[in-house]
Design a protein around this ligand. Structure first.
Ligand code: NAD
Length: 488
C-alpha cells in the first residue's frame, strides 16, 4: 500500500476515512516550494462530528476499562507504522523539511517505537492502589485509590516535530483509556492524516477512539478547546497561542496541558572543553534549522574566553550549511514556510538594530533559489536584555553572551520568561550540579547528555508550559484519581 494520497488525504472520524467538508488544501515542500499534494480541509461540522464520536466512544464502549485491548491496538499501530517506515520517513522530509537523519529518530521512528512504552504502561500501571485500613472519626474503613481515564482529549499540535508531538499525545492518552480528537498544524497535515489511514485500514482501534481532523483553519482548534464535551486539552505550540487556549478553556473549566516555547541556555563553565562545547552548541542550534522548542539558543561562555568561543562556534556553524534535507549529511534543512522565514529575517534585522554583530550567516544562502532556507547565524555583542536574547526566534540563530562565573551564568540563564531546557558543560561535578540545581527549567543536559526518551518526562517551567509529556508523569496527565472507601 502506498501512503501518498492520489488526490487528498482524508479525515478520520468515527473509524471512517472521510473527505473534508471544505474540500482540500495544498501542502508545500519547504525545501522546494513545490506543492506535494493536498490534505482534507475540515470545517466546523467535521470537528463537531469528531468530538461527538470521541465522546460516544468514551461514554458507551468498554475502551476506557479494557487495558489489554488498548495495549494490543497501540502495539499493532506501532508495528503497522514501522512496516511503512521508508515511505513515512521520505514523506516527513518532504512535508516538514526534516533532515533525513532525524526521521530515523525523533522525526518518525523514535516516537513510533515509543508507542510500545505506552502500551506497556496500559498493561502494567498500578491502576488501583490499596491504602489499607484507617479509622476516620473512629469508624474503621478500608480505602483504595483508583485511577481512571480522564475522558475525551482534544490534542492540538504544531508543525516542527509533528510525529513526535502527535504520538506523545496520542500514545499516553489512548493507553490511559481516553479517546482523542487530534488537530494537527495546517503546515503538516499529512504527518497526522496518513497515520489516520493506517489506523483505519490496519488496526483494530474501535471507531471513535481516535479521530484526526486536518484543517487550514486555526479556528477549528478554538472550537475544540471551547467544546464542553472535551475533558482535557493537550496543546503544544507557541506561548502566545497557549495563553489563548488557557483563556478559552476557563469557560468549561477544561483541564489544560500546555507545552510551549523556549529560549534555553547552553552554559559553558571555565573548566569545560571549550571547543567541544562550542561544536555541540552549534550542532544543537542548526539541527532542523533551529525549529525545536528545547533547542539551546543562548550560548553563555566565560567572558575571558568570549573571542575564542565566537571563533570556534562561528566556524562550526558556518560548516553546517543549510541544505537539501533529503541529503544524508544535512543537519540544517529549510524553515517550514515563507512566513516563518520572514519572522526569522525580522529577528536578524532586529539583532543589528539592537547593536549586535552577525558573526556568521545572517540571511538566505546565496546558492539556494528556492526553499525557505536561512543560513546558520551567530550573533554577538549583545547582552541578555536584547530582544533577540529574550524572544523565541525558531530559526538556526544562536546568541552568544559572556558570563562572569557560575552564579552569573545561572542568573543569565534564569533571566528569561521561559524555562524549557538547558545544557551545562564543565568538568567539576559539584559545580555542574550547582548549575543543574539552580537553572529553573524542565530538562537539563550535562556535557552533551541527551534526555529525550519515552520514559523521560518533558515540559517547562514558567511560560514554557504546564504539565509534563512522556514518561509516567506524561501518562498520568490523562488520568483522574478516584478515592474509594468502605466500612472495614
Ligand atoms: P502555534 O501556536 O501557532 O500553533 C500550534 C497549533 O495550535 C496549531 O495546530 C494551530 O492550528 C493551533 N491553533 C492556533 N491558534 C489556536 C487557537 N486560538 N486555539 C486553539 N488552537 C490554535 O505554533 P506553531 O507555530 O505551529 O509551532 C511553533 C511553536 O510551538 C513554537 O513556539 C515552539 O516553541 C512551540 N513548540 C513547543 C513544544 C514543547 O513541547 N514545548 C514543542 C514543539 C513546538
Amino acid at each position: 500500500m502506498t501512503l501518498r494520497p492520489q488526490n487528498s488525504s482524508d479525515l478520520l472520524i468515527d473509524g471512517k476515512l472521510v473527505p473534508g467538508s471544505q474540500g482540500s488544501f495544498p501542502i508545500l515542500n519547504p525545501a522546494t516550494e513545490q506543492v506535494i499534494g493536498h490534505a482534507a480541509d475540515a470545517g466546523p461540522d467535521d470537528m463537531d462530528a469528531a468530538i461527538d464520536s470521541a465522546r460516544r466512544a468514551f461514554d458507551t464502549t468498554g475502551w476506557s476499562r479494557d487495558h489489554a485491548l488498548r495495549a494490543r491496538c497501540l502495539r499493532q499501530l506501532r508495528d503497522a507504522l514501522l512496516t511503512h517506515s521508508d515511505e513515512f520517513r521520505a514523506l516527513t522530509t518532504e512535508e516538514v523539511g526534516a533532515p533525513a537523519f532525524l526521521t530515523g529518530g525523533p522525526q518518525f521512528e523514535g516516537p513510533v517505537r515509543d508507542l510500545g512504552y505506552f502500551a506497556d504502561l496500559a498493561e502494567n500501571y498500578e491502576w488501583t492502589r490499596d491504602l489499607g485500613r484507617a479509622e476516620p472519626m473512629g469508624i474503621p474503613n478500608l480505602r483504595e485509590i483508583r485511577h481512571e481515564a480522564a475522558g475525551v482529549v482534544g490534542a492540538i499540535t504544531p508543525w516542527n516535530f509533528p510525529h513526535q508531538i502527535n504520538f506523545a499525545k496520542i500514545g499516553p492518552a489512548l493507553a490511559a483509556g481516553c479517546t482523542v480528537v487530534l488537530k494537527p498544524a495546517p503546515d503538516t497535515p499529512w504527518a497526522a492524516a496518513l497515520v489516520g489511514k493506517v489506523i483505519a485500514e490496519e488496526t483494530d482501534f474501535p471507531p471513535g477512539v481516535i479521530n484526526i481532523v486536518t484543517s487550514s483553519d486555526h479556528s477549528l482548534g478554538e472550537q475544540l478547546v471551547a467544546d464542553p464535551r472535551v475533558d482535557i486539552v493537550s496543546f503544544t505550540g507557541s506561548t502566545a497561542t497557549g495563553r489563548k487556549v488557557m483563556a478559552a478553556a476557563t469557560q468549561n473549566l477544561t483541564k489544560v496541558f500546555l507545552e510551549l516555547g523556549g529560549k534555553s541556555a547552553f552554559i559553558v563553565l571555565d573548566d569545560a572543553d571549550l571547543n567541544g562545547a562550542c561544536s555541540m552548541a552549534a550542532f544543537n542550534v542548526v539541527t532542523h534549522a533551529g525549529q525545536g522548542c528545547a533547542i539551546t539558543t543562548r550560548l553563555l561562555v566565560p567572558r575571558e574566553k568570549l573571542a575564542e568561543a565566537i571563533a570556534a562556534t562561528g566556524k562550526a556553524m558556518a560548516g553546517l550549511k543549510a541544505d537539501d534535507p533529503s541529503k544524508p549529511g544535512t543537519i540544517c534543512g529549510p524553515l517550514i514556510s515563507a512566513a516563518q522565514r520572514e519572522r526569522v529575517e525580522g529577528y536578524l534585522e532586529l539583532a543589528v538594530e539592537e547593536g549586535g554583530t552577525i558573526e556568521c550567516g545572517g540571511g538566505r544562502p546565496a546558492d539556494k533559489e528556492k526553499g525557505f532556507f536561512i543560513e546558520p547565524t551567530l550573533i554577538s555583542g549583545l547582552d541578555n536584555s536584547a530582544r533577540v536574547a529574550q524572544e523565541e526566534i525558531f530559526g538556526p540563530v544562536l546568541v552568544i553572551l559572556p558570563h562572569d562565573g557560575d552564579d552569573d551564568a545561572i542568573r543569565i540563564a534564569n533571566d528569561s520568561p521561559y524555562g524549557l531546557s538547558g545544557m551545562v558543560y564543565g568538568s567539576d561535578e559539584a559545580r555542574v550540579n550547582h548549575v543543574v540545581d539552580s537553572v529553573r527549567t524542565g530538562t537539563m543536559g550535562v556535557n552533551g547528555g541527551i534526555w529525550y526518551a519515552a520514559d523521560v518526562p518533558f515540559g517547562g517551567y514558567k511560560h514554557s508550559g504546564i504539565g509534563r509529556e512522556m514518561g509516567v508523569a506524561g501518562f498520568e496527565e490523562y488520568l483522574e484519581t478516584k478515592s474509594v472507601a468502605k466500612p472495614a
